[in-house]
Design a protein around this ligand. Structure first.
Ligand code: FEO
Length: 404
């Protein structure tokens, strides 16, 4: 069924033909409060080439945008830069609809697409650095393994100095504007850093290597076309530079204090710790899990230098919400943090110790043994909280001051 969606011209040869998902709020556990886009692109040359597709429910939106440029049956080639379902979910249906002559992916992409969709369609594997002339346009493929899946690759269009970067340099942000220069910088920074923290953080070393490789190759990029969020047609160096900074994870004079509470004691401890750190000149983000979700926490951790985590003890363990956020943080492997655990307890008191173990596993430099307070903190216990905050603040200032 044809629906009235239109393509947006990006460059001499390229149109955006993706979909806007205004309604999504949870992207496999990552809270995307401003929605997302699934960007697909059409190269219009002597032949028509489709770069990536969209999440399955948005297939008609994609085909409608293609139809605003050309009959979808004219699509001769499809290139899949990334096989995750938000970009490949509609691929089988699109193949059925347009009947392309050839479909290309990286070697790992060809395997992954086969394992996802079990299609009859042959997927032709292109090698790292391979260059193809399709429809009179030169395309170069670079594998970007584990950025952020094993199959990931990017495609460079030399004629337009344009890079299709799949998930790279993207963000989850649904807007009516297609270009970064049309969107307030504050939104770009908020959603760009959130995306990096929630998706790319564990692969930061590879991001640094990729940026170095692109620089060494001397590839000129005038236009950067990611698979989510805005397209960079002016100053793509801005988002490349931001990714370089986020990948470095240089600690700053900022502490994140995250906790949950049963009857208010751990909340009081967390706020007292934060107050002491502020008094030492540290910028503090206090994040009670009653109102802050795991995606917001890791976003704040991205440029922090200290992480303090608090929990009550319940049923001989930490609070479930604290366990959730620590599982998420541990998987995302933030680096260069100092910190500590704290919490209140009634009789057994395992919670703060368990948090401390996980922080140690995460290679957070533990400044002080876990601080556990029985039931409700009194004046003396709160003085202990302030002392913990001051100790972590002192160590943080040493680390930031030394530039390590
Ligand atoms: Fe946007 Fe890894 O998919």
């Amino acid at each position: 069924m044809s629906v009235p969606f239109e393509a947006v011209k990006v460059s001499d040869h390229v149109y955006w033909v993706g979909a806007i998902d205004w309604g999504i709020k949870d992207f496999h556990g990552y809270s995307v409060r401003r929605g997302s886009t699934y960007n697909a692109y059409l190269i219009e040359a002597d032949d028509i080439i489709l770069i990536d597709t969209v999440k399955a429910p948005f297939k008609d939106e994609l085909l409608s945008r293609v139809a605003s440029v050309t009959d979808p049956g004219n699509v001769r080639y499809i290139i899949s830069n990334h096989s995750e379902m938000d970009h490949s979910g509609s691929l089988p249906a699109v193949i059925d609809a347009v009947k392309p002559e050839k479909v290309f992916a990286s070697p790992m992409g060809a395997k992954a697409l086969g394992a996802h969709f079990h299609m009859d369609q042959e997927i032709i594997a292109v090698k790292d650095g391979e260059q193809l002339d399709l429809g009179g346009v030169s395309l170069t493929f670079l594998e970007t393994r584990m950025l952020h899946w094993p199959d990931s690759m990017v495609t460079y269009v030399a004629d337009d100095k344009l890079l299709f970067s799949q998930d790279g340099f993207g963000m989850h942000l649904a807007t009516s504007e297609r270009f970064a220069d049309q969107i307030p910088e504050r939104k770009i920074l908020e959603e760009g850093s959130k995306y990096y923290a929630n998706i790319l953080l564990p692969y930061s070393n590879l991001v640094t290597k990729l940026l170095g490789r692109v620089s060494d190759l001397g590839v000129e990029i005038d236009i950067l076309c990611p698979d989510h969020g805005p397209i960079w047609r002016k100053d793509p160096g801005k988002i490349l530079g931001l990714w370089g900074e986020w990948a470095a994870q240089k600690p700053t004079n900022k502490a994140v204090i995250v906790y949950d509470t049963m009857w208010g004691s751990t909340d009081l401890m967390g706020r007292a710790i934060g107050e002491a750190m502020q008094a030492e000149g540290v910028h503090v983000e206090v994040m009670p899990l009653k109102t802050c979700d795991r995606s917001a926490v890791v976003t704040q951790v991205l440029d922090a230098g200290a992480l303090l985590v608090g929990t009550p003890t319940i049923n001989n363990g930490m609070f479930p919400t604290v366990s959730d956020v620590l599982t998420y943080l541990k998987g995302l492997k933030p680096k260069n943090l100092v910190g500590a655990a704290f919490g209140s307890y009634g009789w057994s008191g395992e919670g703060a110790k368990q948090v401390n173990e996980i922080l140690s596993d995460m290679k957070v430099e533990i400044v002080q043994e876990p601080l556990a307070v029985n039931y409700v903190p009194d004046y003396e216990a709160l003085a202990g909280c302030r002392a913990l905050g001051a100790a972590v603040a002192d160590r943080l200032k040493e680390v930031v001051g030394s530039g390590s």
